[in-house]
Design a protein around this ligand. Structure first.
Ligand SMILES: Nc1ncnc2c1ncn2[C@@H]1O[C@H](COP(=O)(O)OP(=O)(O)O)[C@@H](O)[C@H]1O
Ligand SMILES: [Mg+2]
Length: 356
């Protein structure tokens, strides 16, 4: 395992800038997820670390080494893609050991290496089969095993689970986290799926496409708790959370923040024009603390353990999340409460988070 450090990275394709001013320090043994919408430069950055892409400027280190000029094959990284290419005419065992055989490693070493890794990823009973006889999930495990058997310092994953169906994806998420604990390797995992990011990452790097970003694509780098509970800016607040945060135009005036007729405690240092955010789980229905507005139940989605409410209020459409026990009918008029201590404030001019 090794730390990975990116300093001042700029990457462009021809005259088009894709990544700008990227600084990122990944600790040795950490599981870091790059998350962001399509086109924000996740794959490009991963490929830069692998040595498959060249930056225009900046420094890349893996462990103690600056690797800008080091060959991909000598960087001690292994990459797993969404479209894993397996050799169809070779057995699972031979697919896994392909690289070892190419390097001319000893037969016993290959056999024990393959057996260990196959046990880790649950393929021990399938080693003699051809890839064609395996399910999609099992094939992805072969690709994973092929990376693990190399014992790289750093694993790079580019949306490796996107081709799997939902049930398998959830199981593989769990298995990858277990593998990470078992191997203790540094892992960098790219996804556009915030659920994967939140559930797997020790820390999450939220990236934005350059045209929406300011100085750098990196919008926030923090733990799942930090990006969820203290989003650094509107981009992160909008991207993380499902259903997303509710947003309102707010105004700060002395010690009060107002959203229409609603008043919240503020502070004198706040910018006058604010965007106020509140997560669906911090909106109360019927009863509750904090300021409220009158609303009408427009729709409800019953997920069993919880319900999502779509409400029409004088402040616009509001989404609420409650326990499954809460019961109202579509068309009901109810009070819609906002938990005072849970609101998020953003400077409307810059989109940056501000604290009361
Ligand atoms: N080989 C390439 N040539 C030109 N533009 C590219 C190339 N690869 C990616 N891009 C562009 O760079 C941007 C970032 O791409 P990418 O890193 O693949 O995004 P992500 O993985 O976050 O979806 C996109 O706008 C994409 O169109
Ligand atoms: Mg990509």
């Amino acid at each position: 395992m090794s730390a990975v450090s990116l300093q001042g990275i700029d990457i462009s394709y021809g005259s088009v800038d894709v990544v700008r001013n990227l600084d990122l320090d990944i600790r040795s043994g950490e599981f870091v997820v790059f998350v962001g919408p399509s086109g924000c430069g996740k794959s490009t950055t991963l490929r830069l670390i692998a040595g498959l892409e060249e930056g225009r400027s900046g420094q890349i280190s893996i462990g103690e080494r600056i690797v800008n000029d080091v060959d991909p094959a000598k960087r001690d990284v292994a990459m797993v893609f969404q479209n894993y290419a397996l050799f169809p005419h070779m057995s699972v065992a031979d697919n896994i050991s392909f690289g070892m055989r190419l390097r001319g490693e000893a037969k016993e070493k290959i056999q024990s290496g393959v057996a260990d890794v196959a046990r880790m990823v649950g393929l021990a009973d399938h080693l003699h089969k051809r890839p064609g006889a395996l399910s999609g999930g099992q094939r992805q495990r072969v690709a994973l095993a092929r990376a693990i058997v190399r014992k790289p310092a750093v694993f790079l994953f580019d949306e490796p689970l996107s081709n799997l169906d939902a049930e398998f994806r959830a199981a593989m998420r769990y298995e990858l986290s277990r593998l990470h604990r078992e191997l203790g390797s540094t892992m960098i995992y790219v996804t556009h799926d915030q659920v994967e990011a939140m559930t797997m990452g020790d820390r999450i790097a939220v990236l934005a496409p350059l045209k929406q970003a300011g100085r750098s694509n990196l919008m926030q780098f923090g733990t799942p708790e930090e990006v969820y509970h203290r989003p650094a800016n509107l981009f992160v607040a909008k991207f993380i959370g499902s259903p997303p945060m509710n947003f309102f135009e707010g105004h700060a005036n002395g010690a009060t923040i107002s959203i229409g007729t609603l008043g919240f405690p503020g502070a004198s240092h706040l910018p006058a024009d604010l965007t106020v955010g509140i997560r669906p789980e911090h909106v109360g229905l019927g009863t509750g603390e904090g300021p409220f507005v009158a609303g009408t139940v427009d729709g409800v989605e019953n997920l069993g353990h919880e319900k999502l409410w779509f409400l029409a209020t004088e402040q616009g459409r509001v989404v609420a999340r409650t326990s499954g026990a809460v019961s109202h009918a579509v068309g009901d008029r109810i009070r819609v409460h906002f938990a005072t201590d849970k609101i998020h404030l953003f400077d409307r001019a810059t989109g940056e988070r501000v604290e009361v």
